[in-house]
Design a protein around this ligand. Structure first.
Ligand code: NAD
Ligand code: IPM
Ligand code: MN
Length: 353
């Protein structure tokens, strides 16, 4: 297991993820080998590159990767030659991790942590499948002269095969869940979305006619997601739409600090597991960040990359029990008492036993 702590709160939350994995190893009699490497801003400072060759090599040879977050204000100069975020994008691309699974589950004990009403949030259980290695993140981009002076462009491109494989993966997931699949696009405006919609509809018609299938435009989806979130089961969408909708979706459970993700699909079989949140520079170094998104990402790692279902469930159960006991980090404490990052890690570790 390669650990990529990264920047900001990344090292603080990955430390708790590592402790939880070590607790699982002790309880179930496994031996995990951890290998910590640099990525992002810290890697730029140390070696000039956001994804050093030895980091990529270690990831290629690993069974699974647990990442914190990359980026921060000290690397945000728009004219800088290289950026921390490029390291993460390159890693996803190099390992061909084309599907990013982002479950959004409203924990019943936390309903009051959500800014939304209880009757909207209760029972929410959505799986976002975000395409991760294509679209506007990876199209041609640059600067050019425009009629009115300097201009910039970022191309959004999808190939048929890229849409087919992610829709297929989402369809399989829907079959294992509640049998409902929603595809989100902007086909009323964008040619790239019209291709996405045609391909998605064909794949569903030919291979997933057993599913209940619906298409929603992304602007409307931003609204439906917080007005009728229980109507959605599996939602498949492109790279940028998925990025934006899932940060919005984090307000259903109540905090970005609760949402894990798994990036899968690559040739090597290794998966990349990370919280969906960023490096939270406003919280870094203060032992206040919520580590549960990373802990739950470690559970996804156990399930998807190591096929350790019972162990994954044990982590998820431990998190639920800690919440049942009333422990909260500041982001979900709603003004009540709170524990720090490490103390929350202690509680989960203790519960795993
Ligand atoms: P962010 O996700 O870091 O923070 C957004 C808000 O959520 C902040 O108020 C933050 O305090 C809060 N938050 C985030 N994680 C939390 C946690 N675990 N517990 C409690 N509160 C939490 O997004 P941002 O501020 O827009 O971006 C900061 C940096 O992170 C940028 O450089 C961005 O590029 C980077 N980023 C990286 C990743 C990644 O590595 N996967 C993801 C998103 C953003
Ligand atoms: C995420 C982040 C990344 C993304 C950035 C840091 C490249 O926001 O993982 O959600 O946009 O994919
Ligand atoms: Mn994001």
């Amino acid at each position: 297991i390669v650990l990529l702590p990264g920047d900001g709160i990344g090292p603080e939350v990955v430390a708790q993820g590592e402790r939880v994995l070590a607790a699982v190893a002790a309880r179930f009699g496994h031996e995990f080998e951890f290998d910590t490497r640099t990525i992002g801003g810290r890697a730029i400072d140390e070696s000039g590159e956001p994804l050093p060759a030895n980091t990529l090599e270690a990831c290629r040879e690993s069974q699974a990767i647990l990442l914190g977050a990359v980026g921060g204000p000290q690397w945000d100069d728009p004219s800088a030659e290289t950026r921390p975020e490029q390291g993460l994008l390159q890693l996803r691309k190099e390992l061909e991790l084309f599907a990013n699974l982002r479950p959004i589950t409203a924990h019943s004990q936390l309903v009051d942590a959500s800014p939304l009403k209880r009757e909207i949030v209760e029972g929410v259980d959505i799986l976002f499948v975000r395409e991760l290695t294509g679209g506007i993140y990876f199209g041609d981009s640059g600067r050019r002269d425009g009629a009115g002076g300097e201009a910039a462009y970022s191309e959004m491109v999808y190939q048929v095969a890229e849409v087919e494989r992610v829709v297929r993966l989402a369809g399989e997931a829907a079959r294992q869940r509640d049998g409902r699949l929603t595809s989100v696009d902007k086909a009323n405006v964008l040619e790239v979305s019209r291709l996405w919609r045609q391909v998605a509809e064909r794949v569903v018609r030919e291979e997933f006619s057993d599913l209940e299938y619906e298409v929603v435009l992304v602007d409307a989806m931003a609204m439906h997601l917080i007005s009728r979130p229980r109507d959605f089961d599996v939602v498949v969408t492109g790279n940028m739409f998925g990025d934006i909708l899932t940060d919005e979706g984090s307000m259903l459970p109540g905090s970005l600090g609760l949402l894990p993700s798994a990036s899968i699909g690559g040739w090597s079989g290794a998966g990349l597991y990370e919280p969906i949140h960023g490096s939270a520079p406003d919280l870094a170094g203060q032992d206040v960040a919520n580590p549960l998104a990373t802990v739950l990402a470690a559970a996804m790692l156990l399930r998807y990359s190591l096929a350790l279902d019972e162990e994954a469930a044990a982590v998820e159960t431990a998190v639920n029990e800690v919440l049942d006991l009333g422990h909260r980090t500041a982001d979900i404490a709603v003004g009540g008492p709170s524990v720090g990052t490490e103390a929350m890690g202690d509680l989960v570790v203790k519960q795993i036993g």
